[in-house]
Design a protein around this ligand. Structure first.
Ligand code: FAD
Ligand code: DLZ
Ligand code: SF4
Length: 507
């Protein structure tokens, strides 16, 4: 059988069993195509990082003796479409069998199902051998029960014996979150970003020559993201040995001085499969023993990878089709233009947007409790926001971005993923960051010229959506407070909120 094996741009897993031995009957193909660069407006660093990682991977395969066809973005015979390029190769090379690893995105999965069904040759879709769980494992686990990350996480801890001793969680508890989540006031000193930037000027030039639309082009030729396994492991090891110790304490903190604080910066490497989640978990356990790291930090970090990441993927495969349209609150406002420039007077939003636009990165709380928080309070159309998140972040692939944006951040699925909306007034942002100091708006004021928009919008959001939210037990205190508010105060808040909502572009 003369076999063609397709490797997608987010399937750069050199540990895959395909590569255990050189198979003279197998030809690997990788392709840089407009169908993938153009399905959303991407940050320039994301396109470059993916192409650079793909190119590096193909060279590595060649060095190992595998036969590889690499279709570059500027190749004359590139038809810029997976199906068209495959059809041409199958005919040209007299291929008798096609293989691919299961794609992680519904759109691409459907495309290949259709393509393979119509092929005159046989085809097989194999496991990408990357994730800890199967696509439907979370759905099987929950059945008809309410989805809850914590219970899936405990099941996985048990199943894979992670941080377990005699079938009990080490330290006597599953979760040490109470010891985590402190604000950061400059101490301990946050590590310098030790990542070396690598030059991709030539690649950037060929991308530009193709007139591929992108944004965030300022540092496009020189990016800090790991584009091969060696760089990814270096990044991971640096985090485990020097940074993880503070991860738990400060994972929700935000700062103008140190935007990245104590985060791992490994999501791109994980999502294009340069490193695997199980090896991250195992290396974390080893580092914990070597350095006697605090269990709260170690458990908190492992929960992100073993818990959240796998849970989110399971959720995606159960709900991907419906997620494309969900809009629980019927929010219809347009994404303000300043999402593309960062030019807003709200200092917190400005810092988080500028950081995202410049670096294709923001950490979880910046994405959730500043940008997403504002969008939900302002009633932004959720799919517009999803397109923005999908394009801007270096780690954004639909299977992980979409449930996080539409489910966790925008509650657009009506609370199937999150148990209550992640919204806050200025109080939380001020507690967890240094953004409010020097802001054009006053964090303490709800009504008036300089009142922080988060304050009136927060209460207005809950008042506007009382019919949908007031029966949620987790929100009983919020609705008790609203019931106690004098009618004139409620009216003044609604007026202030409406003033802001009518003027989003100028906030
Ligand atoms: P750290 O904070 O150091 O965490 C370590 C790892 O844990 C991450 O690399 C990631 O693999 C995993 N992780 C943590 N939280 C989550 C989560 N909620 N879902 C899945 N994995 C998680 N993550 C993506 O990988 N791609 C996305 O497109 C993406 N979009 C998001 C959109 C919104 C609105 C929100 C609120 C979160 C999103 N996340 C996404 C989750 C999270 O913000 C990023 O994984 C994280 O910021 C990546 O940076 P890091 O590697 O420094 O992570
Ligand atoms: C995101 C992306 C981009 C920008 N370009 C390519 C590409 O040219 N070729 C490719 O194979 N993959 C690319 N990707 C990643 C794919 O979009 C990803 O493989 C699918 O979304 C499946 O998860
Ligand atoms: Fe953000 Fe309000 Fe604080 Fe300004 S005052 S930084 S808008 S929370």
């Amino acid at each position: 059988m003369k076999t063609l094996r397709l490797i997608l741009g987010d399937q750069l897993n050199i540990q895959h069993s395909w590569f255990n031995q050189v198979n003279p009957q197998a030809i690997y193909v990788m392709m840089e195509v407009r169908s993938e660069t153009d399905y959303v407006l991407h940050h320039a660093q994301k396109i470059i990082a993916i192409f650079a990682a793909m190119r590096d991977f193909s060279e590595q395969l060649k060095q190992l003796g595998h036969q590889v066809i690499y279709i570059a973005i500027d190749d004359a015979d590139n038809q810029h479409d997976f199906a068209k390029n495959l059809t041409r190769l199958i005919a040209q090379l007299a291929i008798t069998h096609l293989e691919m690893q299961a794609p992680d995105e519904l759109r691409v999965n459907q495309l290949f199902e259709k393509f393979c069904a119509a092929l005159p040759i046989t085809s097989t879709i194999v496991d990408s051998e990357h994730f800890i769980t199967q696509r439907d494992e979370a759905a099987q686990f929950f059945g008809k029960r309410k989805w809850l990350m914590e219970s899936f996480y405990r099941y996985l801890r048990n199943k894979h014996q992670v941080l377990m001793q005699n079938n009990k969680p080490v330290g006597g508890a599953w979760n040490f979150d109470k010891q985590n989540r402190k604000p950061w006031r400059g101490n301990p000193v946050a590590p310098e970003d030790q990542r070396k930037k690598h030059d991709h000027s030539q690649l950037w030039q060929s991308i530009q020559m193709q007139n591929i639309a992108s944004f965030g082009q300022a540092h496009a030729h020189e990016i800090p993201w790991p584009v091969n396994r060696q760089q990814a492991l270096q990044q991971l090891d640096y985090f485990l040995h020097h940074v993880l110790v503070y991860f738990g304490d400060f994972q929700d903190a935000m700062s103008k001085q140190q935007p990245r604080l104590f985060h791992a910066l490994i999501s791109f490497a994980l999502n294009v499969k340069l490193i695997s989640p199980m090896e991250v978990v195992k290396r974390t356990e080893i580092a914990w023993q070597q350095h006697q790291l605090p269990l709260a930090a170690v458990e908190g970090f492992i929960r992100q990878i073993l818990g959240w990441r796998e849970y989110i993927r399971g959720y995606y495969w159960q709900h991907a089709q419906q997620l494309q349209q969900v809009n629980f609150f019927h929010h219809q406002r347009k994404l303000p233009q300043w999402f593309w420039t960062g030019k807003t007077h709200m200092a917190c939003v400005k810092y988080c947007l500028e950081d995202s636009l410049e670096n294709a990165y923001a950490h979880h709380i910046q994405r959730l409790m500043v940008i997403g928080n504002f969008a939900l309070l302002a009633g932004i159309q959720p799919q517009q926001l999803h397109q923005w998140y999908l394009g801007i972040y270096i780690d954004a692939f639909e299977w992980v971005e979409m449930p996080n944006t539409l489910g966790m951040s925008q509650y657009a699925d009506g609370g199937q993923l999150a148990s209550k909306p992640y919204v806050s007034s200025a109080n939380y942002i001020d507690k967890m960051s240094d953004y409010c100091h020097g802001c054009h708006y006053d964090k303490k004021i709800k009504i008036g010229e300089r009142a922080c928009p988060f304050n009136s919008l927060y209460w207005d959001f809950y008042m506007r959506h009382a019919d949908k939210l007031q029966s949620n037990i987790r929100l009983s205190i919020v609705y008790q407070q609203i019931r106690k508010m004098p009618a004139e105060q409620k009216q003044a808040i609604a007026q202030q909120a409406n003033k802001y909502l009518d003027n989003l572009e100028n906030l």
